[in-house]
Design a protein around this ligand. Structure first.
Ligand code: ATP
Ligand code: MG
Length: 413
C-alpha cells in the first residue's frame, strides 16, 4: 500500500466534523422546503461533455480542474459543480413542461485545485436551481432563500452580498468588444492563460487570479457602460426586490462568475472570517444554458454554497444525543441487559452498552459518552425486579421497577 494518508486535497469527515457538516445541510434542507425547492440528486459522474460544453473550455474548471477518465471508450468526469448535472437531468427526464422546476441538491464535488484552507479537491456543495422563470422575481426569490439560509446558520453580519449584472447577450457582445479594445494594447503583459482567453473568451480575464492581470483589469471598462435598456431594467428590478425585502447588498461592477453560462444577475456572499477563501455562496442566472445543451430553451437561476467553508463558521451545532448507559453487573444482569437495551431502543431511547469490565470502568465509559443517566442492574436490584437509575448530572439515584423503566426514562426527555 503506497500510503495510509488520504489523497491530497481530500479529507475524512469524522463524527464531530460530520455533525457540523450535517447542520449546514439540515438548515438548507429546511429553508429550501420553505421556498418550495425539492431535493434531488444526480450522479456523481457524467459524460465529460456535460461539463466541458457548458462551463466553457477556457474556464479554470474545465481547462485544469476536472477529474476525467475513460471507461469503455466513454469519457467520464467527476462532477465539479451541480448545475450542469441538474440541467442535464431536466432535459433527459423531459421536464420542460414542468416549470417552474425548483430543485435543491447536496453532495460532493471534485476539482483538481491547489489544496489550502477552505479549498479541497473533494468538497461538498449545497445548491438550488430555479428553472423556467424569466422574470427578476426568480432572482429575488433565490437570493432571499440564500440570505435566509445564511441567517439560520448564524451568519448575519458576517457575510456581505455583492451583486452585478452581466446583461443580456446583446449587452455582453457590446461589452466584449469594449473589453477587447481595452486589453489589446496590454496583450504582451497578460498571463499566458489570459492571452488564450483574449481570443476565446475575454470576459473570463476579469475573473483571473493572476496579480499582473488584476492590475490591468483594474482600469478596464465596466459592464454597466455597455448594458442596454432591457438589461438595466432587469437589474433595477432585482435591486428593488432586494430593497423591499431588506436584503443588504453592494453592487460590484467587476464581479463576474468563473463559468461561461451566466447572464444578467451574478452574485456572491463573502466573509472576511475565512482568509483568502472568503466566498461562501455564489451563483447567477443562466438563461442560455439549457438550450446550449440541446434542451427546449428554458431560463434558469441558481447558486451553490461550499459546505466545508460554512461548517467552519456555523454556530449552534447540536451536541451529540445523550444516551442512557446500561450497566449490568453479574451474569443474570448481563443476560437481561440485551433484551432491555432492545426494548429501550425500540421505544426510541438511545442506549450505550458497556461491553464488560468492572463498575468503575463502565461508569467512566458512561461519562465519556456523556450519558444522561446510568441504569445499573445488579443482583440485589434484579431480586426486587428493579434497576437503579442514576442521574449523571445531579448524582441523584432512585430505584425504578423494571416494567416501568421505559416510561420513567422516556419522561426524562
Ligand atoms: P473560488 O473563486 O473560491 O475558486 P469558485 O468561483 O470556483 O470559487 P463556485 O464554482 O462558484 O466557486 O462554487 C460555489 C462555492 O463552492 C464557492 O463559493 C465555495 O464556497 C465552494 N467551493 C468551490 N470550490 C471549492 C473547493 N475547491 N473547496 C472547497 N469549497 C469550494
Ligand atoms: Mg474555483
Amino acid at each position: 500500500m503506497a500510503s495510509l494518508q488520504p489523497v491530497r486535497g481530500t479529507h475524512d469527515l469524522l463524527p464531530d466534523d460530520m455533525r457540523r457538516h450535517q447542520t449546514v445541510v439540515d438548515r438548507i434542507r429546511r429553508c429550501a422546503a420553505l421556498y418550495g425547492f425539492e431535493e434531488m440528486a444526480t450522479p456523481i459522474f457524467e459524460f465529460t461533455e456535460v461539463f466541458s460544453r457548458t462551463l466553457g473550455e477556457t474556464s479554470d474548471v474545465v481547462s485544469k480542474e476536472m477529474y476525467t477518465f475513460e471507461r469503455s471508450g466513454d469519457h467520464i468526469t467527476l462532477r465539479p459543480e451541480g448545475t450542469a448535472g441538474i440541467c442535464r437531468a431536466f432535459i433527459s427526464n423531459g421536464l420542460a413542461q414542468q416549470v417552474p422546476f425548483k430543485a435543491f441538491y447536496q453532495g460532493p464535488m471534485f476539482r483538481y485545485e491547489r489544496p489550502q484552507k477552505g479549498r479541497q479537491r473533494q468538497f461538498h456543495q449545497v445548491g438550488v436551481e430555479l428553472l423556467g422563470i424569466e422574470s427578476p422575481q426568480a432572482d429575488i426569490e433565490v437570493l432571499a432563500l440564500a440570505a435566509q439560509f445564511l441567517d439560520t446558520l448564524g451568519l448575519q453580519g458576517q457575510v456581505t452580498l455583492e451583486i452585478n449584472t452581466l446583461g443580456d447577450s446583446a449587452s455582453r457582445t457590446a461589452y466584449r468588444d469594449a473589453l477587447v479594445a481595452y486589453l489589446m494594447p496590454f496583450h504582451d503583459q497578460l498571463s499566458e492563460d489570459s492571452k488564450t482567453r483574449l481570443e476565446k473568451n475575454p470576459l473570463r480575464i476579469l475573473d483571473s487570479k493572476d496579480e499582473g492581470d488584476r492590475k490591468i483589469i483594474a482600469n478596464a471598462p465596466v459592464f454597466s457602460d455597455s448594458l442596454n435598456d432591457a438589461s438595466l431594467a432587469f437589474f433595477e428590478a432585482v435591486k428593488q426586490g432586494l430593497d423591499a425585502l431588506g436584503i443588504a447588498y453592494t453592487v460590484n461592477p467587476r464581479l463576474v462568475r468563473g463559468l461561461d453560462y451566466y447572464c444578467h444577475t451574478a452574485f456572491e456572499f463573502t466573509t472576511t472570517a475565512l482568509g483568502a477563501q472568503g466566498t461562501v455562496l455564489a451563483g447567477g442566472r443562466y438563461d442560455g444554458l439549457i438550450q446550449s445543451m440541446g434542451g427546449t430553451p428554458t431560463p434558469g437561476i441558481g447558486w451553490a454554497a461550499g459546505v466545508e467553508r460554512l461548517a467552519m463558521l456555523v454556530d449552534g451545532v447540536p451536541d451529540k444525543a445523550r444516551p442512557i448507559a446500561l450497566i449490568p453487573m453479574g451474569d443474570a444482569a448481563e443476560a437481561l441487559a440485551l433484551p432491555l437495551a432492545n426494548q429501550l431502543r425500540r421505544a426510541g431511547l438511545p442506549v450505550d452498552m458497556a461491553y464488560g469490565g468492572a463498575m468503575k470502568k463502565r461508569m467512566k465509559r458512561a461519562n465519556t459518552v456523556n450519558a444522561r443517566v446510568a441504569v445499573i442492574l445488579g443482583d440485589d436490584e434484579l431480586a426486587r425486579n428493579e434497576a437503579t437509575v442514576r442521574d449523571l448530572d445531579s448524582g441523584e439515584q432512585s430505584a425504578v421497577a423494571l416494567d416501568g423503566l421505559v416510561q420513567a426514562l422516556t419522561a426524562l426527555g
